[in-house]
Design a protein around this ligand. Structure first.
Ligand code: GDP
Length: 298
């Protein structure tokens, strides 16, 4: 699945790296290493991660003539090792429900990601209750209600403009009442009122913890893979205020810059847990660094 979503990135990076090897092999010198670096950063992987790859290639091959396959193998291994902490597993509360709060800037793909994640959990035999905590965006509530209908799970919605914290509280309450495995709660993502939003997120956390001590067990930050470095830096404030525990990288299929997973890992110090690979119900995959690294180049 990840391989499918990374087609665009692979087309660019794979071609770029292959282009470095016009003849039989190439001498690894400063010229080669510079060209390699330039091609790597075209995938948005950022200078830090690209530098580490360049250094690894230099360490292994400097002064030698290398072949394409050797270099691809080294790059793949280095990417794997940079992402080795990432995994597609959700935290789990010892006794259900596990409460998952989902945060992210509007338009990042948050509602769709909640729908896909819910479908994923449901398809794996888990029961769940959704909470439409973005009470100011009627469209978000509607969209989430449609997802709940498709999946066949309960959803808690407040009146338009209701206190998001109260919807969050009721969602956890409902999940406890019906014995659901998961409560998955949407939140608002209006960036223009950032400080209010941070307070709102903190209040939601407090209220959830009051209903179920220790909750939320997971706070997922949804990022748009096509949004570029600036948007991602903006989301950092979000991540810190909300106490995020993992990342969902949406729209990876729409981007030729799938390398962005690497700086995200580096900047947020949070595991990428899921990747969005399209708009359909099935278009999400639990993140796996090995398949990711393989799919980038092969
Ligand atoms: P929200 O405002 O953050 O809740 O964003 P939405 O979930 O409404 O998504 C915004 C747009 O991005 C919609 O048109 C979605 O269909 C689309 N979208 C979300 N996730 C993905 C994905 O993984 N791949 C693609 N191609 N589109 C996505």
């Amino acid at each position: 699945k990840i391989a499918g979503g990374l087609q665009k990135t692979r087309r660019v990076l794979g071609t770029d790296i292959r282009d470095l090897f016009k003849s039989e092999g190439r001498l690894v010198d400063d010229d080669f290493l510079g060209e390699l670096f330039a091609r790597l950063i075209r995938t948005d992987m950022g200078t830090g991660p690209a530098n580490k790859i360049r250094e690894e290639v230099a360490k292994q091959y400097r002064g030698r003539v290398v072949h394409l396959e050797e270099v691809i193998q080294t790059i793949t291994q280095e990417i794997r090792s940079q992402l080795s902490q990432d995994h597609g597993e959700l935290a789990k509360n010892d006794s259900p429900p596990t409460v998952v709060l989902v945060v992210g800037v509007n338009g990042s793909g948050k509602t769709t990601s909640i729908g896909k994640l819910s479908h994923y959990l449901h398809a794996n035999g888990h029961s769940l209750v959704l909470g439409a905590g973005d009470t100011f965006r009627a469209a978000a509530v509607e969209q989430l209600t449609i997802w709940a209908g498709r999946i066949g799970c309960e959803i808690v919605t407040g009146k338009s403009g209701a206190d998001p914290a109260s919807v969050a509280y009721q969602t956890v309450d409902k999940a406890i009442e019906v014995g659901a495995d998961y409560a998955i709660i949407d939140t608002a993502g209006r960036l223009q009122t950032q400080s209010n939003l941070m307070q709102e997120l903190q209040k939601i956390r407090k209220v959830i913890d009051k209903r179920l001590p220790g909750a939320p067990h997971e706070v997922l930050l949804v990022l748009d893979a096509t949004a570029g470095q600036n948007a991602i830096s903006q989301a950092k404030g979000f991540s810190e205020a909300a106490g995020c525990t993992g990342i969902v990288l949406a729209k990876l299929d729409g981007s030729a810059k799938g390398g962005v997973v690497l700086p995200i890992r580096e900047q947020f110090q949070l595991p990428v847990k899921f990747v969005g690979l399209g708009e359909g119900m099935e278009d999400m995959a639990a993140f796996d660094p090995d398949s990711f690294a393989d799919a980038l180049l092969k």
